[in-house]
Structure formats: structure tokens, C-alpha cells
Design a protein around this ligand. Structure first.
Ligand code: SF4
Ligand code: SF4
Ligand code: FES
Length: 243
């Protein structure tokens, strides 16, 4: 049986890579490698996962320099030469080893007003949204985001400007802007129009290239740029409530 040479980040913001030798197995994922290290070689290694089938997004890490879901990344795809370097997601504080603190990521969803704000009461009929309508299709394009942070970790603008809301929060905002039932768009567009909002995006596309759900935050952000420009022309941004 051949062996993989695996470098794993140990520590917090400061620390270093520790080298492990892991048996190479058929159909092995990067998450299998991390799990082997923790169970067989060093039980103090900290990492995060839940579903192991690409549903929860909690296993995202930086693998050979690129953010990925480790449970859906086969070793054969990323370590042809038998070498792996596994680090925590970039652009987020490190709690320990491969675990990042996602607080700022989800705080930015809140800042972008990424929660549904309905106006209907229990006495109203169901909303009927035409499946083929332009807004419904735009909302559908981003709705499957599971908040894994891969796009956020891949974004250079977040690295340069830690205040930038980032691709996931902006994708969520655009999904809601296109939800015909939502009533919070005026404040939402004001929230994403500032210096740290959609206009800070440089359209590098890394978020779109790396999203494991094939979502395009870049397209969502382009939609927000158009919508905020229109809202500004109509004078609708200035008096919006941005709490
Ligand atoms: S847009 Fe994609 S990469 Fe970004 S958080 Fe959502 S699922 Fe993850
Ligand atoms: S397209 Fe915008 S949000 Fe996406 S990675 Fe590039 S700068 Fe970041
Ligand atoms: S463990 Fe849930 S997506 Fe990888």
C-alpha cells in the first residue's frame, strides 16, 4: 500500500504545518485523510464535518491552496503526486487547526439583510409565483446556497477589505431581492449599496469558479449593482432604514 504525504495546519492564526504519512486507499476523500489522522495518529487534531455527503458545507477547508468541500474531494483529483496540504479556510479567524470561526461570515449575512421579510398574514392566500418569471428564475439561481464559506474564502476583495460583505451574503441578498413575497428590498438595497457592498466586487469570478453548488455569486452581485444603481437614480436609497 502506498502512502500519502500530508501537511496539516496546526495552531491558530500562528502555528505551522505538521507532516503525517497516511495510507493511500481507493476512493479516499480528503475528509477521510483528515479523519484517519485524527483517529489513528493524533487525536488532538481539530476539524469540522457533519454530513459527509455534500449537504451541510461544514467540512470546507483549503486543500493544496484552494477552498473545497473535503468530503466531496477525492484525493486522486487533487494529489496526483501523493502530496496534500490541508489548511483552514482563508479570510476567517482560526479557532484551532482546521476549524475557523464563521461568526463574521454570518454577521455579514445579517448586515446584507439576508433574512426573509414577509408582509402576508395567516389570513392571506398563498403567494402564487410564476415558475418561469424572470424574478423567480433569478431567485432560484442562488437559493441552494448552504453557507459553506468556500466562495468567501476564495475572494481576494475580502482579503484586502475585511469589511466587504462578500459573495455569499450578497448572493443571499440578491435571492431575496427577487423573491416576490419579500417586503424588505428598499432597506436591503441600501444595506448592500455602501462601500463594503456590491460595488466593491472586482468581478474576479473566483467565488463562481469554486462554489461547489455551481452558484454564481458574481452574477448575483452584477444584479445588485444594477438594482442599487436604479434605486439610487429613483432616490430610494437615502431614506432607507439600515439596521
Ligand atoms: S455561494 Fe456556494 S460557495 Fe458560497 S457559501 Fe453558498 S454554497 Fe458555499
Ligand atoms: S466576483 Fe466579486 S465576490 Fe466573487 S470572488 Fe471576485 S471579487 Fe469576490
Ligand atoms: S461534511 Fe457536509 S458537506 Fe462535507
Amino acid at each position: 500500500m502506498s502512502a500519502l504525504s500530508v501537511r496539516v495546519w496546526r495552531g491558530t492564526e500562528s502555528g505551522g504545518f505538521q507532516e503525517f504519512s497516511v495510507p493511500r486507499l481507493e476512493s479516499q476523500t480528503v475528509l477521510d485523510v483528515v479523519t484517519y489522522i485524527q483517529r489513528a495518529l493524533d487525536p488532538t487534531l481539530s476539524y469540522r464535518f457533519a454530513c459527509r455527503v455534500g449537504m451541510c458545507g461544514s467540512c470546507a477547508m483549503t486543500v493544496n491552496g484552494r477552498a473545497r468541500w473535503t468530503c466531496r474531494t477525492h484525493v486522486s483529483r487533487v494529489a496526483a503526486d501523493g502530496r496534500l496540504e490541508i489548511a483552514p479556510l482563508a479570510n476567517l479567524p482560526v479557532v484551532k487547526d482546521l476549524v475557523t470561526d464563521m461568526t463574521v461570515f454570518f454577521d455579514k449575512w445579517a448586515r446584507a439583510r439576508g433574512r426573509f421579510e414577509g408582509g402576508a398574514t395567516r389570513r392571506d392566500d398563498f403567494a402564487r409565483v410564476e415558475p418561469g418569471s424572470r424574478r423567480r428564475q433569478a431567485a432560484d439561481a442562488g437559493i441552494e446556497c448552504i453557507g459553506c464559506g468556500v466562495c468567501y474564502s476564495s475572494c481576494d476583495v475580502v482579503a484586502w477589505n475585511p469589511d466587504y460583505l462578500g459573495p455569499a451574503a450578497l448572493n443571499r441578498a440578491w435571492t431575496l431581492v427577487n423573491d416576490a413575497r419579500d417586503t424588505g428590498n428598499r432597506a436591503r438595497l441600501a444595506a448592500v449599496a455602501g462601500d463594503a457592498g456590491c460595488h466593491a466586487c472586482h468581478t474576479h469570478m473566483s467565488c463562481t469558479e469554486r462554489c461547489p453548488k455551481q452558484i454564481s455569486p458574481t452574477a448575483a452581485i452584477a444584479g445588485l449593482k444594477r438594482a442599487t444603481a436604479l434605486a439610487a437614480l429613483r432616490g430610494e436609497l437615502g431614506d432607507a432604514v439600515t439596521k
